[in-house]
Design a protein. Structure first.
Length: 249
């Protein structure tokens, strides 16, 4: 599809590691920095957001995330709009406008800069975290489903989508997995630095892998960012203004 994006075709599994930056700010003041993710020796992703959004909107803030090669070429862009969330708000969790989402675009270095690749949309569910992954035609290609509870390690299954724009219907076969790994008690207690593994579906294209990476980052924001409320189902997330980096292998 794109020479830069097609590097993802070389990998069936990636390791995503957040690198804490400015951890003393996090520890002493409760302030965080933008997220910077490094994908092991192949890509670096970094969040760009304003201080106002960071301090006032917390995990629900809007942001742009750029994903670049180690040489600095921007291959992907993730845009997350602001949605109010469910805390301190009169919205019910089943109200569409409260559901979190992110859109994925080709980056400036690609052959078609700004081309829309698809989006990830949080779906209402009584018991389990559910994210629908839609392609550029608006059809569901994958469905990411979490567990009702978790501990140090937590996994979400990547299911085959139903190919429609509704995002509902029976869950398809499991074709991949996103897993958060225990990163050590110091990191778990004092920072939001997380380690993720993603096993891509065997027949996924580079575009679909890009969408699933977007889903992984949205999962991190939704369920793993806030250290004071560590429950995976708490919907909490606080991403810093310059904050972490992640490796993918």
């Amino acid at each position: 599809m794109d020479p830069y994006l097609d590097v993802l075709n070389n990998f069936n599994t990636l390791i995503v590691k957040q690198r804490p930056r400015g951890k003393w700010w996090e520890l002493l003041c409760g302030l965080e920095h933008e997220n910077e993710y490094k994908k092991s020796d192949i890509l670096i992703a970094r969040e760009h957001t304003s201080n106002g959004c960071l301090l006032c909107c917390g995990k629900y803030r809007k942001f742009k995330m750029t994903i670049r090669t180690l040489e600095g070429h921007e291959i992907l862009k993730i845009k997350r709009p602001y949605h109010c969330g469910r805390q301190g708000c009169c919205c019910c969790c089943c109200v569409e406008s409260c559901h979190q989402e992110a859109e994925i675009f080709l980056g400036e270095a690609s052959s078609m800069p700004g081309k829309y690749l698809g989006r990830i949309k949080e779906r209402f569910s009584c018991c389990l975290p559910v994210l629908n992954v839609f392609d550029d035609t608006g059809n569901e290609v994958y469905r990411v489903i979490g567990q009702c509870c978790g501990c140090s390690n937590y996994s979400l299954s990547i299911r085959q989508g139903n190919g429609t724009s509704s995002g509902w219907g029976d869950d398809g076969d499991e074709v991949g997995e996103i897993e958060k790994k225990w990163s050590g008690w110091k990191k778990e207690l004092f920072t939001d630095a997380d380690n993720f593994f993603i096993n891509f579906p065997p027949d996924s294209s580079s575009q679909q892998k890009a969408l699933l990476l977007g889903a992984l980052f949205l999962v991190d924001y939704l369920f793993f960012e806030n250290q004071s409320e560590r429950s995976l189902m708490s919907d909490q997330i606080s991403n810093p203004k310059i904050r972490n980096a992640t490796h993918l292998s």
